[in-house]
Design a protein around this ligand. Structure first.
Ligand SMILES: Cc1cc2nc3c(=O)[nH]c(=O)nc-3n(C[C@H](O)[C@H](O)[C@H](O)COP(=O)(O)OP(=O)(O)OC[C@H]3O[C@@H](n4cnc5c(N)ncnc54)[C@H](O)[C@@H]3O)c2cc1C
Length: 403
């Protein structure tokens, strides 16, 4: 396997119009759109394709709209996930159930694999199990890259050798912490009170957790964080939570933390059988979730998805933002490839601010609310008594992202 990767790296072309780093929703969709626009595109993913990720696994109606616009509506339905149309929240002494615009729940391994396969079909080249690092911009004319390009270093997982490639435009979609930008002009800020993500999939969870309802997003809100459960394909149950790191440490393990959140909110705890290997896929974690970046475009680099800043997963919008960003960035990439860097960078900074950052506002407010249990308790009781208010909140999430 490792030899395959080495051989692929050695044989890889060195000059590309568009290099995309990261094979999640943002990167895969950027690669699909760039290849469809006729650009010579390379997508690089550091893990083997289809690896499980911490995620609530719920595509909301806005994410589905982006997928439909790419002609992927039927392909996504064929992944055999579940449509979702209800939201059931318990916590802070209250409970509410609401209808939400129809979404779709499917495991991330299936979804990411579909998107990367679509990028290949669109004409992009893809290499996985390879880590990409963007080089710092040239500090002098002597260091400048040939033919107006920027360099990217590629290492196979075992780092047996390293190659350098050049790109006219680089889309960085490498998720939280954007590791590929470590030694560049990009800097990030992590919010002090940031939660971290944890997640797992309970195989055949429908049998061991019969209280989990079909077509329903379950959310448990508690003082240590919040946890979401949903049925995905084949009766598996996807678990994902955003938790306070101190609470996680005090609980001793992700499954105990998850169970404690469920219990405090008023849902049944995780059954003991789900704690043993064989009944679940391994628990995984994420770095701090709430973070921002000092810029989203510079010197041929365009940052999209979680890498461009993330708030909290409470509203289940991360994939919609990532997908929309991946599709939207292609316009700036094409301008950069044509040589007008100044316009390309200014355009992406403006598109990102107007269409992604602005739509994260509601999520930022809700994240604040959840950190203040007294206010959150009041919020849940008001929402339960006045369904029209939650309807209006849901409408806010429904604001159309324009192309
Ligand atoms: C607990 C939790 C629950 C969530 N629930 C939901 C939900 O229900 N619905 C929703 O829409 N969103 C949800 N989200 C958010 C969602 O998971 C993210 O917003 C989404 O995955 C972002 O996509 P992305 O493509 O930007 O990043 P990612 O999906 O993280 O993809 C980044 C990719 O880049 C790769 N990579 C990293 N570094 C390199 C490198 N140097 N070289 C090459 N490849 C690299 C990684 O391996 C990864 O595959 C949740 C998040 C959390 C933490």
């Amino acid at each position: 396997m490792i030899h395959d990767v080495q051989a692929k790296l050695d044989g890889l072309e060195r000059h590309w119009e568009c290099v995309v780093i990261g094979g999640g929703p943002a990167g895969a969709i950027a690669a699909i759109c760039s290849a469809k626009a006729g650009l010579k595109t390379l997508l690089i993913e550091r893990h083997a394709l289809g690896k499980h990720k911490v995620c609530g696994a719920c595509l909301n109606h806005r994410a589905l709209r982006v997928l439909t616009s790419l002609g992927l509506h039927d392909a996504v339905r064929r992944l055999e996930g579940q449509s979702t149309h209800s939201f059931w929240l318990k916590g802070f002494g209250g409970e509410l159930e609401r209808r939400v615009p129809e979404g779709f729940a499917v495991s991330r391994s299936r979804l990411d694999r579909l998107l990367v396969t679509t990028a290949i079909e669109a004409g992009a080249s893809v290499i996985d199990r390879v880590t990409a690092t963007v080089e710092a911009p040239a500090s002098s004319a002597a260091d400048a890259q040939p033919n107006g390009t920027r360099g990217v270093r590629l290492n196979s997982v075992r780092q047996q050798n390293e190659i350098r490639i050049q790109a006219k435009a680089i889309v960085v979609a490498d998720g939280l912490g954007h590791p590929s930008l470590k030694s560049t002009e990009f800097e990030e800020r992590i919010a002090e009170s940031s939660h971290v993500g944890i997640g797992a999939v309970v195989i055949d969870g429908r049998d061991s957790m019969p209280w989990v309802r079909p077509h329903t997003i379950h959310m448990a809100a508690a003082s240590g964080g919040y946890a979401g459960l949903v049925l995905v394909e084949g009766g598996d149950v996807n678990l994902a939570a955003a938790v306070d790191p101190t609470f996680l440490r005090a609980c001793g393990s992700p499954e105990k933390a998850f169970s404690a959140l469920l219990g405090e909110a008023g849902f049944p705890s995780l059954p003991a059988s789900t704690m043993s290997l064989g009944h679940r896929r391994q628990w995984r974690g994420t770095p701090s979730l709430s973070r921002s970046i000092n810029r989203v475009a510079s010197e041929r680099v365009f940052v999209v998805g979680d890498a461009s800043g993330y708030v909290e997963p409470f509203t289940g919008e991360g994939m919609a933002w990532a997908m929309h960003g991946g599709a939207l960035v292609t316009r700036s990439v094409k301008i950069a490839v044509s040589g007008d860097l100044e316009t390309a960078e200014a355009d992406w900074a403006q598109d990102w601010r107007r269409q992604i950052y602005q739509s994260q506002r509601t999520c930022r407010r809700l994240a604040w609310l959840l950190r203040h249990p007294t206010v959150a308790k009041f919020g849940v009781s008001i929402a339960a008594r006045f369904p029209g208010l939650t309807g209006r909140l849901i409408d806010q999430f429904d604001v159309e992202l324009s192309a």
